[in-house]
Design a protein around this ligand. Structure first.
Ligand code: NAD
Length: 678
C-alpha cells in the first residue's frame, strides 16, 4: 500500500497553492483517508470529497506508454474502484512530458500472427469499453502529449480537461504508422466531435492544440495549469452530461449522410494516394462506416492492415526517426544558447528565424542592414503564421537581433556561416571572424558543395569547424546533415548534433564528401528525370508518376524549385562527368531558372507551378528514376558517408521525403530482392 496519500486542493482552486508542475499540488497530501493503492505504473488515491485520483507514472521512462502490463494494472485499479465506487475518478499523468504517448510500439512490432494482433486490439478495446461504462463520472486531466492509445483512454472518460499550454497536443497518429486507432477512438471521437473533424484527425494524424481541442469539443475546457486539479474536481462532480456532437457534424455520423461523408473521404484518399500504397486510411473509413470503429468486427481487415508491409515499414521509419533524434541528445554536450548567423539570404535568414523560434538568442549579420531587412520581414510573417499568438510571436522576434557589424561573433556559442557558395569568400570571412570567436565556440558552415578540408585549411583551430547543412525551406525540412571536418575528433560534430536536436531538427552525421548524402542521391535522380524530358516525355507526366509512387513532389518540379542554375551546377559536380541534359542547359541559357525567375520547366505564378494535364507514364518509369538514386545511396554508404544502411535510408527519407511506405531506398531494394528470390 502506498502511504503517500491524496489531498484536497481547495487552495489551488483559489489560485493560491504553490502548484507543482501540471497542477499536482504536493502540499495537501496527508489530509485524506488512508486508502488508495499503487501498482508499478499507477497510483490511486481518494480525497476527502470522494474523488479518486488515478495517476499514470510508467516505470523506467520519461513518457507513459500503454503496454500490456500498464493496461492489466489499469484493469486491477478498476476492480478496486468497482469494489468501492468513488464519487468521481480523475485520470492523470505524473510525467512532465505529457499524459500518454500511446500504445507500446515494440509490442506492436513484435506481433506474431493474426491471433496476437486480435488480442492486442481486444485488450484495449475491452478495457476502455469497461472504463466508459462505469457508473461514476470519469475525467481525463491532460497536459503535454496525449496521443494514440492515450487519447483513446481519455475519450473513454466522460470529461476531458486540457492544460492551456503550448505543448498540449492531442492526436490519433496511428495512420502514420500504417494502422488504425483500435481501442475505441474510431467510435468515440466521431461521436464527440462529429464526423468531419474526427475523420480529419484519424486520416491525417494531425495534432490538435489546447485551443482547438476546446473549440472542437474534444476537451470540455482548457484550463490554466495551476487550476487543473481544482477544475478537474469541480468538473467530475458537476453532474453535467457527456458532450456529444450536434448539428451537421453529428448527422454525418448517421445514415444516410454517413455514406456521403465516407464517399468524400475515400475520394480524398484516392486523390492523395492513387496507387494505394497506404491501405490504413481506407480501412479507417470502412471501419468507421460499417463497424462503428470496432476493428474486432472486421477480423480480415484487421489482420490485413496489421500484417501489411506498409505498417511494418512505417514503424521502421518511426524507429529511424527516433534514432536520428538520439543523435541530437548528446549527454554532456555544452549547450548552445546564442547563435550568430552570417549571411541573411535565403538560408541564413531562415536558419536564424528558426533558431529564434526555438528559443535561442540569435544575432544575424550581413553586409548591411538593407540585406538583413528582408529576412526580418520573412521572420515576422513566419512567427505570426506559426505561433498564432501575438505575444509569443513578438518574443520570438525580439530574440532575433539584426547585427550588421557582427558584434555577436564574440559572444556566440556557435557561428553559422551561410554566405555565398564561394571558397574564397568563405575563407576571407573565416580569417576575419576566427580571432574573435569565444574559446570553445563552434564555427559551422551551411555549404552544400564545398569541402570542409578546403574551407578549414587556413584556420588556426580547424577542429572547431563543422558542417551544419540545412535544407530549403528550413522551416519545413526536418533533416540537417552534420558534417565532420577533417580535424574534428568527433567532439565538434557531436556538439553540432546536440544543437540540431535542441532546435527540433533531425541530425544526420555524415562524412565530408561531395553532395554529402542527400544532394548526392538527388542529383542522378533529377538527371534521369530530365533525360526523360529530352526523350520527349512531358514534365507533368514524369512528376505525376513520381508523386503517385509516393514522392512529396515530382523531380522536375523539384528542380524548378531548387533553381535550374543550381541544379546544373550541382549536376556537373555530382553526376560523375555525365553530359548535362539538353532541356536543362537550354533553359539556363535562356535565363529560365525555375520558380525564382517565374519560368523553368513550368510557368510559376504565386509560388505555384502551372501544370498541364499529365499523360500516361510508360511502364517502369518510377523504377527507372529511382534506380540511380538507390545506386548512389549504396555508393555513398560504401564510401562511409553515413555509417550504416539504416542511416542512409533515414537521411534519404527525411531529407527528400522518399516514399516512406517503402521503408527507405536501400530497405525497399532489399525487400524487392527478397521477394524476387522467394
Ligand atoms: P543567398 O545568396 O541567398 O545569401 C547569401 C547572403 O550572404 C547574401 O545576403 C549576401 O549579402 C551575404 N554575404 C555574402 N558575403 C558576405 C560576407 N562576407 N559577410 C556577410 N554576408 C555576406 O545564398 P543562400 O542560398 O542562402 O546560400 C547560402 C549558403 O547556404 C551557401 O553556402 C549555399 O550553398 C548553402 N545552401 C543553400 C541552399 C539553397 O537552397 N539556397 C540549401 C542548402 C545550403
Amino acid at each position: 500500500m502506498n502511504t503517500d496519500l491524496p489531498r484536497d486542493d481547495a487552495g489551488a482552486a483559489q489560485g493560491t497553492a504553490a502548484a507543482a508542475p501540471h497542477g499536482v499540488d504536493a502540499r495537501a497530501r496527508d489530509t485524506a483517508p488512508p486508502h488508495g493503492g499503487t501498482t508499478t505504473n499507477w497510483r490511486l488515491r481518494h480525497d476527502q470529497d470522494g474523488v479518486a485520483w488515478l495517476t499514470l507514472d510508467c516505470a523506467g521512462g520519461a513518457v507513459n506508454t500503454l503496454s500490456a502490463p500498464v493496461l492489466a494494472e489499469l484493469a486491477s485499479m478498476l476492480d478496486a474502484l468497482d469494489a468501492r465506487p468513488p464519487r468521481g475518478l480523475v485520470i492523470r499523468s505524473a510525467k512532465p512530458a505529457g499524459f500518454a504517448a500511446g500504445a507500446d510500439i515494440d509490442e506492436f512490432a513484435a506481433l506474431n500472427g493474426a491471433q496476437e494482433a486480435r488480442a492486442l486490439i481486444a485488450r484495449g478495446w475491452d478495457l476502455f469499453a469497461r472504463l466508459a461504462a462505469v457508473r461514476y463520472p470519469t475525467l481525463a486531466l491532460i497536459h503535454g502529449h496525449c496521443l494514440g492509445g492515450g487519447l483513446e483512454l481519455a475519450l473513454a472518460c466522460r470529461y476531458r480537461l486540457v492544460a492551456d499550454e503550448p505543448d498540449t497536443a492531442l492526436s490519433l497518429p496511428e495512420v502514420m504508422l500504417g494502422i488504425f486507432p483500435g481501442w475505441g477512438g474510431m467510435s468515440r471521437l466521431p461521436a464527440l466531435v462529429g464526423a468531419p473533424a474526427a475523420l480529419d484527425m484519424m486520416l491525417t494524424g494531425r495534432r490538435v492544440d489546447a485551443r482547438r481541442a476546446a473549440a472542437l469539443g474534444l476537451a470540455d475546457a482548457r484550463v490554466p495549469t495551476r487550476l487543473l486539479d481544482a477544475a478537474a474536481r469541480h468538473t467530475v462532480l458537476s453532474g453535467k452530461p457527456r458532450r456529444r456532437a450536434r448539428g451537421l457534424p453529428a448527422l454525418l455520423n448517421r445514415s444516410p449522410l454517413k455514406a456521403l461523408a465516407a464517399r468524400q473521404a475515400r475520394k480524398r484518399i484516392a486523390d492523395k494516394d492513387p496507387q494505394g500504397h497506404y491501405p490504413a486510411p481506407a480501412a479507417i473509413v470502412d471501419l468507421w462506416e460499417h463497424h462503428d470503429g470496432n476493428a474486432l468486427r472486421a477480423p480480415a481487415l484487421l489482420e490485413t492492415i496489421l500484417a501489411s508491409d506498409t505498417a511494418r515499414n512505417l514503424v521502421r521509419v518511426f524507429r529511424l526517426q527516433e534514432r536520428l533524434k538520439a543523435h541530437g541528445k548528446q549527454e554532456g554536450a555544452a549547450p548552445v544558447t546564442h547563435v550568430h548567423v552570417v549571411g541573411a539570404g535565403t538560408m541564413g535568414g531562415d536558419i536564424a528565424a528558426w533558431c529564434a523560434l526555438r528559443g535561442l538568442k540569435v544575432t544575424l549579420q550581413d553586409q548591411d542592414m538593407a540585406r538583413i531587412a528582408p529576412a526580418l520581414g520573412r521572420a515576422g510573417k513566419f512567427y505570426a503564421d506559426k505561433l498564432k499568438d501575438r505575444r509569443a510571436a513578438r518574443a520570438a522576434f525580439d530574440r532575433l537581433v539584426p547585427d550588421p557589424r557582427g558584434d555577436g561573433v564574440a559572444h556566440a556559442d556557435l557561428v553559422i556561416e551561410a554566405i555565398v557558395e564561394q571558397l574564397d569568400a568563405k575563407r576571407t570571412l573565416y580569417r576575419q571572424i576566427e580571432p574573435r570567436l569565444k574559446p570553445g565556440a563552434l564555427l559551422a558552415t551551411n555549404t552544400s558543395s564545398l569541402s570542409l578540408r578546403d574551407l578549414g585549411a587556413e584556420l588556426a583551430q580547424p577542429e572547431r569547424l563543422v558542417g551544419i547543412h540545412f535544407f530549403n525551406p528550413v522551416a519545413r525540412m526536418p533533416l540537417v546533415e552534420v558534417v565532420r571536418g577533417p580535424a574534428d575528433d568527433g567532439g565538434a560534430q557531436a556538439r553540432a548534433c546536440a544543437f540540431v536536436g535542441a532546435i527540433g531538427k533531425l541530425p544526420l552525421p555524415v562524412r565530408d564528401a561531395p553532395g554529402f548524402l542527400v544532394n548526392a542521391v538527388l542529383a542522378p535522380y533529377l538527371l534521369e528525370a530530365m533525360r526523360c524530358v529530352d526523350e520527349g516525355l512531358a514534365p507533368e507526366t514524369i512528376d505525376a508518376a513520381m508523386t503517385a509512387f509516393g514522392m512529396p513532389m515530382g523531380p522536375i518540379e523539384l528542380a524548378d524549385t531548387v533553381g535550374l542554375d543550381i541544379a546544373l551546377a550541382a549536376g556537373r559536380e555530382l553526376a560523375g562527368g555525365a553530359e548535362p541534359p539538353r532541356c536543362l542547359m537550354q533553359r539556363v541559357e535562356r535565363g529560365e531558372l525555375g520558380r525564382k525567375s517565374g519560368r523553368g520547366f513550368y510557368a510559376w505564378r504565386d509560388g505555384k507551378a502551372d501544370k498541364g494535364k499529365a499523360g500516361d507514364a510508360p511502364p517502369g518509369l518510377a523504377q527507372r528514376l529511382t534506380d540511380p538514386l538507390v545506386a548512389r545511396a549504396r555508393q555513398q554508404l560504401a564510401a562511409g558517408v553515413v555509417s550504416d544502411a539504416d542511416l542512409a535510408d533515414a537521411g534519404v527519407i527525411f531529407g527528400t521525403g522518399y516514399a516512406p511506405y517503402t521503408g527507405g531506398p536501400l530497405h525497399g531494394e532489399r525487400a524487392r530482392g527478397a521477394r524476387t528470390t522467394e
